[in-house]
Design a protein around this ligand. Structure first.
Ligand code: UDX
Length: 475
């Protein structure tokens, strides 16, 4: 007999290769590692290279015993942009090239792999797990509300609510149980607007999401008190649900008492952080600054940038704005900035290419967040009690922003509008006119988030249950 029983379980974690999912899944990996599990965090070569270039990831992970960061090919040429609009190319390539590599990696691993945790959209990972004969847990890094809408796509098609053409976006949607009464066409994931049932994204979400029940369990970065009604619908199909969010805050809380280098920086960014914005924030009055960021994938036109810029400047509010180097379509034209914008930005604004966002949102000077409603950004904002103006860009973000505005009352949904007057009015509403109301609701939500991940909270309990369930597999 070998001594396998004495070794901690070895979990192979394989995230979707984009900034948002890598960020939260790596935090889940760190949480599992802190509980004593052995972890291999497997990235695609492309993401691995960028993480190494822009973060102190290796020295951070070194502090976790039994943690390995590895990479395999996604099958695309090195110079492929891997942008979100080319997702299907990436997905098809991974299915063809990464799938056999993943199987070989697991079969030849020096430490036997106990189970896989993979992103639920990468259905081929379940085939690999079944072929090898080990359990797989899926994680989905989007909100439960968007997951449920995606799960209901076949229902929508059956009811004739899909496809629709791009007009009449205010038509109510009635065949997503639990969302009757407030969900409209415009709040569906953006690929639903294509008017074509053969749209590859509709096909992908329609089929892959239906596969979620094949996994041993489903891990979601959300909280019961936030998405309880929707979660009860998902549970009918995936009864073994682990709601463990917000993972960034769970990790921060667990590291709070430690003195490892991890507690000083938890950046998983694919761009270099510009920390000078924290010094700038230090000199601003309490809750006076609106933070603007559209996440890691959104690309806006220069016209849209100018509408936002004029709107925010005209509102008179102080602002900190993240403009990623690759986020303006066709590149930043640089010159021709109206003098009133330059002067106002010098006086009460600050622009960086990439910010330490979690730290920014936790800063006392921040009073609001103009966001693209990516799920990580939404969770980071609500954990810190920061109200939002939502300008969703694509995919799940349109569902998230509807929930932020209409269901959770944590801010204003500006979707499908990018006009300076609207931006100005919404910023004034959030930061002045209705500031007290929004801050009160957001504060309450922040407290609930902290309670849920503290001892006795449901997210805390569910993480513990996940760790115990993984440990049992090894017996
Ligand atoms: C997208 C989707 O919007 C998201 O909902 C989906 O689940 C995954 O793909 P992304 O554009 O990356 O994600 O947005 P988001 O999920 O909000 O993640 C962005 C991450 O980058 C956040 O964790 C945020 O803290 C971080 N970030 C962003 C920074 O650290 N600095 C910045 O300047 C901007």
């Amino acid at each position: 007999m070998d001594d396998q029983g004495a070794l901690p379980p070895h979990v192979l974690i394989f995230p979707l290769p984009f900034q948002g999912p890598v960020n939260s899944t790596l935090k889940l990996a760190e949480l599992l590692s802190l509980s004593g599990l052995h972890i291999t965090f497997l990235l695609t070569d492309f993401i691995h290279t960028r993480l190494l270039r822009h973060t102190n990831i290796n020295s951070r992970l070194e502090t976790y015993p039994g943690f390995r960061l590895e990479s395999i090919s996604d099958g695309l040429p090195e110079d492929h942009p891997r942008s979100s609009d080319l997702f299907m190319e990436l997905f098809d390539s991974m299915k063809a090239v990464t799938k056999p590599l993943l199987k070989e990696y697991i079969l030849t691993s020096r430490r036997p792999v106990t189970c896989i945790i993979a992103d639920g959209i990468l259905g081929f990972t379940c085939d690999v797990a079944n072929e090898i004969g080990i359990p797989i847990f899926y994680c989905r890094t989007m909100s439960a509300c968007c997951l449920w809408v995606s799960f209901c796509l076949p229902k929508l098609i059956e009811a004739g609510e899909l496809p629709f053409k791009g007009d009449d976006l205010d038509t109510p949607i009635t065949s997503v149980p639990g969302m009757e009464g407030f969900l409209r066409r415009r709040d569906l994931p953006t690929f639903c607007r294509s008017g074509d049932l053969n749209d590859p994204s509709i096909q992908l979400f329609k089929t892959e999401i239906q596969e979620l029940p094949r996994a041993h369990g489903l891990i979601l970065n959300t909280m019961e008190h936030l998405e309880g009604p929707v979660l009860s619908h998902i549970r009918v199909h995936c009864p073994n649900l682990y709601t463990i969010g917000p993972v960034h805050a769970q990790l921060k809380s667990k590291l709070g008492g430690m003195t490892t280098p991890s507690s000083t920086s938890s950046s998983n960014g694919l761009w270099k952080e510009d920390r000078s914005c924290i010094t700038w924030l230090d000199s601003q009055p309490s809750k006076s600054v609106i933070y603007i960021s559209f996440g890691s994938l959104a690309v806006i036109t220069n016209d849209q940038r100018m509408e936002f810029w004029h709107g925010v400047v005209n509102s008179g509010t102080r602002f900190l704005w993240v403009i990623r180097p690759d986020s303006i379509a066709g590149g930043d034209p640089g010159s021709n900035i109206p003098v009133e914008l330059s002067l106002a930005t010098e006086e009460r604004g600050y622009i960086v290419g990439w910010a330490p966002q979690e730290e920014v949102l936790a800063h006392a000077a921040i009073g609001g967040f103009l966001t693209h409603s990516g799920w990580n950004s939404t969770l980071e904002s609500l954990t810190e009690g920061v109200p939002m103006i939502c300008w969703p860009y694509f995919l799940d973000q349109h569902v998230n922003s509807r929930f932020v505005g209409e269901v959770w009352k944590l801010g204003l949904d500006m979707k499908d509008q990018c006009v300076r007057d609207v931006v100005e009015k919404m910023v004034k509403d959030l930061m002045e006119v209705r500031k007290g109301d929004f801050i009160r609701v957001a504060d309450e939500m922040g407290k609930l988030a902290k309670k849920s991940m503290g001892k006795g909270g449901l997210s805390y309990y569910n993480l513990d249950r996940l760790i115990k369930d993984i440990a049992l597999i090894n017996v």
